[in-house]
Design a protein around this ligand. Structure first.
Ligand SMILES: Cc1cc2nc3c(=O)[nH]c(=O)nc-3n(C[C@H](O)[C@H](O)[C@H](O)COP(=O)(O)OP(=O)(O)OC[C@H]3O[C@@H](n4cnc5c(N)ncnc54)[C@H](O)[C@@H]3O)c2cc1C
Length: 416
């Protein structure tokens, strides 16, 4: 039976979204839930096989092609549908949601390019992606901007500053590029078949010369390390090294000078779904705490009957309600007209989704008492998973700076 908090929502989802959610619940109950705690305890290298296996299963369930446009034979979903899938997966295991979400993140620059080139980029990349899914041999995409010396600097440019971006794309006479540099903390990096990489042709003028290209595993990027992480342990995170990797002209997603716009548009489309990963954790924390509070007897009665526990549960439900209402309102607004200025709404949704995940998982541990601190209950995992949402996809601080800077620049009209 589907968990109550996933089935009965505050946001009035469409019938299509409800069907999608049911199919993802079925998928996650069968393939994610049974292994979530085991993979969380395994080593970072062991999780690589799980991640590949879950992507293959997601391909069988035809989940990966969700964002492939209808004209190519895909379902044509975007932020709203993606958020629904990631929220439900995250309820069962946030790392699995990150693995699937990172595939879409890697594809987003292609999606954006296709909006401007009459769908040529979609035909070049999304059609084979769909076909690979149909064959049961899915492509695994990753998105690589972060560098050892440039994290926040890539998510928001400090006014008047020059970010230190050192992955360089050297133009070749063929129209292609030779890419050299390092990218760190790349979700799916260790298992990726395709990586959308951002690089600059002139490090002295990084914003003016930023470009993006697809680098495939055959072209020869190296995985320098697989990171061992606090949470999201089922999602492989790696450092990638590019040593004079030659990229043909047809792999160029956007030319030097338009890379920054592509980053902003990607974040506009990806941040609400990342907020939804937080929402999934917040819902799991609420449901776990409620179920436990109904059965744990202290003071002669179930602890749920104590007013202070009720109050805490109510506050948790309240956070679920406002995060859910916000994230899906924002997601649908973005899908109606995806423009870069909607980075304001998407950043608000991301920051709120992240914070409710952390707050609810802390409260869930408290309601569980000593048992909440023990690994066997899986409740402490929620807090470890929740913390990442405040850090990746731009830290919450950077998201909030972006919101207020844009708001001050454009005023309330921005939200129309
Ligand atoms: C598990 C994981 C998965 C990731 N996946 C990907 C991925 O798939 N692809 C990818 O490209 N990247 C990925 N990232 C990178 C992620 O987006 C960055 O870690 C994040 O943007 C923060 O950058 P940083 O780690 O360099 O921190 P820093 O930028 O060094 O920030 C450190 C601290 O300083 C604060 N700070 C920095 N600048 C400012 C400022 N101007 N004003 C106020 N405060 C500031 C930050 O908020 C933070 O608290 C991932 C990271 C992790 C941990």
């Amino acid at each position: 039976m589907a968990p109550e908090i996933l089935e009965h929502t505050f946001y009035p989802h469409t019938n299509e979204a409800r069907l999608l959610r049911s199919s993802v619940i079925e998928f996650a109950e069968a393939h994610v839930a049974p292994r979530a705690l085991e993979v969380d305890r395994a080593g970072a290298e062991d999780a690589l096989e799980y991640a590949k296996e879950i992507v293959r299963r997601a391909a069988e369930a035809r989940l990966l092609s969700l964002i492939v446009p209808e004209e190519l034979g895909g379902p044509g979903g975007l932020t709203y549908e993606g958020s629904n899938v990631l929220e439900v997966l995250s309820y069962y295991d946030a790392g699995t949601a990150t693995t699937i979400g990172a595939i879409w993140l890697g594809l987003l620059p292609i999606y954006i390019a296709g909006l401007g080139d009459g769908g040529e980029s979609w035909r070049r990349w999304l059609k084979p992606f769909l076909e690979a899914e149909e064959r049961g041999d899915p492509q695994i995409w990753a998105f690589a901007i972060t560098e050892p010396e440039a994290g926040s600097d890539y998510e928001r440019v400090e006014p008047g500053s020059k970010p230190s971006l050192t992955t360089v794309a050297k133009p070749l006479p063929s129209g292609g590029y030779e890419i050299s540099g390092r990218k760190i903390f790349i979700s799916n990096g260790p298992i990726a078949s395709h990586v959308t990489v951002f690089a600059v042709t002139d490090p002295e003028r990084p914003i003016e010369t930023m470009m993006c290209a697809v680098v495939t595993r055959e072209m020869g990027f190296k995985v320098a390390q697989v990171f061992d992480k606090m949470g999201h342990r089922s999602s492989p995170t790696g450092e990638l090294v590019f040593e004079e990797v030659r990229v043909p002209p047809e792999n160029v997603v956007c030319k030097p000078g338009s890379g920054w716009e592509f980053v902003e548009m990607t974040l506009t489309l990806s941040r609400a779904p990342v907020g939804a990963i937080g929402l999934g954790i917040a819902k799991r924390a609420f449901q776990a705490a409620l179920d436990y509070a109904k059965t744990r007897i202290q003071g002669g009665r179930p602890i749920v009957e104590h007013q202070l526990v009720k109050y805490k549960l109510s506050a948790m439900l309240e956070r679920v309600a406002y995060a859910e209402s916000l994230i899906y309102t924002v997601a649908r607004k973005i899908d109606e007209a995806p423009t870069p200025l909607k980075i304001v709404e998407s950043s608000v949704a991301k920051a709120v989704g992240a914070d409710v995940a952390v707050l609810n998982s802390i409260d869930a541990i408290q309601i569980y008492g000593g048992y909440g601190y023990m690994r066997e209950t899986g409740v402490e995992k929620l807090l470890r998973d929740a913390k990442l949402i405040q850090i990746y996809e731009g830290t919450n601080e950077i998201n909030r700076l972006t919101v207020m800077e844009r708001y001050l620049e454009y005023g309330g009209v921005l939200l129309d």
